[in-house]
Design a protein. Structure first.
Length: 119
């Protein structure tokens, strides 16, 4: 994780949640995991780069049994190429800001984070 990016309005916790990502105007659905989650967005690990300022649709499963995934749009705010240690595999750490997230879903994310950090 890029610790230099941890000076945010909404702090994040390191947690792997299932997430589906789809760029607007693209039929391709990308299934991946989060690297971290915050009230304002997520960091994803992707196999290919998505350009900053691109819009995406997100379906985030925060692991609460019986609850529907959080669905909202997002904006790519940064994308950094990284190489998996001791492998030739290249991945992209990608920061996504939540857009159009309902107040109820933002509150679900906030409570999820609080539970994980024991607040």
């Amino acid at each position: 994780m890029w610790n230099s990016f941890n000076k945010r309005k909404f702090p994040r916790i390191e947690v792997a949640c299932d997430v589906n990502v789809k760029e607007h105007n693209s039929p391709e659905l990308i299934s991946t995991k989060t690297e971290n989650v915050g009230e304002g967005g997520v960091c994803l690990i992707l196999d290919s780069a998505i350009a900053p300022f691109s819009r995406v649709d997100l379906k985030l499963d925060i692991g609460k049994l019986g609850e529907a995934p959080i669905e909202c749009s997002g904006k790519i705010v940064w994308c950094i190429r990284s190489q998996v240690l001791h492998q030739k595999e290249v991945k992209y750490d990608t920061g996504v800001e939540f857009l159009d997230i309902s107040p109820e879903d933002r509150d679900r994310v906030k409570k999820f984070i609080e539970e994980k950090v024991g607040v």
